[in-house]
Design a protein around this ligand. Structure first.
Ligand SMILES: *Cc1c(COP(=O)(O)O)cnc(C)c1O
Length: 383
């Protein structure tokens, strides 16, 4: 729970969950690289910690920070975004239960449902979550969760979180929002009616391409307890070093996101005017079908940009191969700019499924380098 609930986001990012170390006065929480804790007599725990899978002070600092940033009551930190998702689906769903997933979900999320959870009897259907009527049509009597991702990956589709919460609530299902692309600085799903926020903290939260992590944040303390029970029972927790790296990244989240958004806008402007670009996908464009919804629920439109290249798949792959400053690689949300071809890279596992992405699509994670340098690099690669 937030220890400074009245403070603004930028302040919480730096201070929530973190007080000076009581022993040394260290301003930053130490990396408690430890598995077990001395007990003062049987059952006498000094600081409430007994074993680091169940709890570790560095992880606690991160978990309290995450809860504060999302405006939730409970945060939980995991070894990866998919570990967080796995814990969530095994907490919310039992065999025979059904979940609605978006038609442009993160490839790994789709794989988790279609190749792993399905074997355990979880049923799923795919819907265009940007259309509440399509979500309603996909519901069935055993639907326990509606899963949305907004902005989505890689097409930057926008789903109305408040409208989705209403549809889910009316069906007795929980609304799960993957907030990885926006980060809590740009969008706070719990305040809009979501039940669970999912993060890959590998991305904007960590922000420096140096750690893999995941998180869940909820408002309902009972659900928080159930998730914590499963987190401890299943064991895919964030290690102390990784928790510390994410905490460190979060301190600059607000300033980084401001620059990511500003640079993305410059990139979008240049791409939109470029003759080799057939279409630019960015929720900040007034022509984007989700623009109004995004303007309503986001502070700004984010640092992710996708575009379709004239000339098809080979032309798109060529652009990815030719950039020098934009590094060819998967992942996103770091200070350095990345470029990738979703069809052959991040979304290759979705080929032949309802989540298959256009072959001429290129995805950018616009970093915080000089916008002028980024534009020069892209323009040269487009030819
Ligand atoms: C990367 C990502 C995930 C998975 O997170 P990992 O940390 O790679 O396990 C989930 N959702 C979205 C939107 C992502 O970008």
């Amino acid at each position: 729970m937030s220890d400074q609930p009245d403070k603004s986001f930028e302040t919480l990012a730096i201070h929530a969950g973190q007080t000076a170390d009581p022993v040394t006065g260290a301003v930053v929480p130490p990396i408690y690289q430890v598995s077990t804790y001395k007990q003062d007599g049987v059952g006498g725990l000094r600081g409430g910690y007994e074993y680091s899978r169940s709890g570790n002070p560095t992880r606690t600092a991160l978990e309290e920070n995450l809860a504060a940033l999302e405006g939730g009551r409970r945060g939980l930190a995991f070894a990866s975004g998919l570990a967080a998702e796995d814990c969530l689906l095994r907490t919310l769903l039992t065999p025979g239960d059904h979940v609605v997933i978006p038609n442009d979900a993160y490839g790994g999320t789709f794989r988790l449902f279609s190749k792993v959870a399905e074997r355990w009897g979880v049923r799923w259907s795919v819907a265009d979550t940007s259309d509440p009527a399509a979500v309603r049509a996909a519901l069935c009597d055993r639907t326990k969760a509606v899963w949305v991702e907004t902005p989505s990956n890689p097409l930057l589709g926008i789903t109305d979180i408040a409208a989705s919460a209403e549809v889910a609530r009316a069906a007795g299902a929980r609304l799960v929002v993957d907030n990885t692309f926006a980060s809590p600085y740009l969008q706070q799903p719990l305040a809009l009616g979501a039940d669970v926020v999912v993060h890959s903290t590998t991305k904007y939260m960590g922000g420096h391409s140096d750690v893999v992590g995941g998180a869940l944040v909820v408002s309902d303390p009972e659900l928080g307890e159930e998730l914590a029970f499963h987190q401890n029972s299943m064991g895919a927790v964030a290690g102390p070093m990784d928790a510390w790296l994410v905490l460190r990244g979060i301190k600059t989240l607000a300033v980084r996101m401001d620059r990511h958004c500003a640079n993305a806008e410059r990139v979008v402007e240049a791409l939109t005017a470029h003759p080799e670009v057939a279409e630019v996908c960015y929720p900040g464009l007034p022509s984007h079908p989700g623009h109004e919804t995004a303007a309503k629920q986001m502070r700004a439109f984010g640092g992710m940009v996708s575009f379709r290249v004239r000339g098809g798949e080979e032309a798109a792959v060529g652009v990815c191969d030719r950039t020098q400053l934009f590094t060819l690689g998967e992942s996103l949300g770091g200070v350095e700019s990345l470029i990738e071809h979703p069809g052959r890279m991040t979304h290759a596992s979705a080929a032949g499924s309802p989540l298959e992405v256009p072959a001429d699509l290129v995805r950018l994670s616009v970093g915080i380098e000089s916008a002028d340098d980024l534009l020069a690099d892209l323009t040269a690669a487009l030819g």
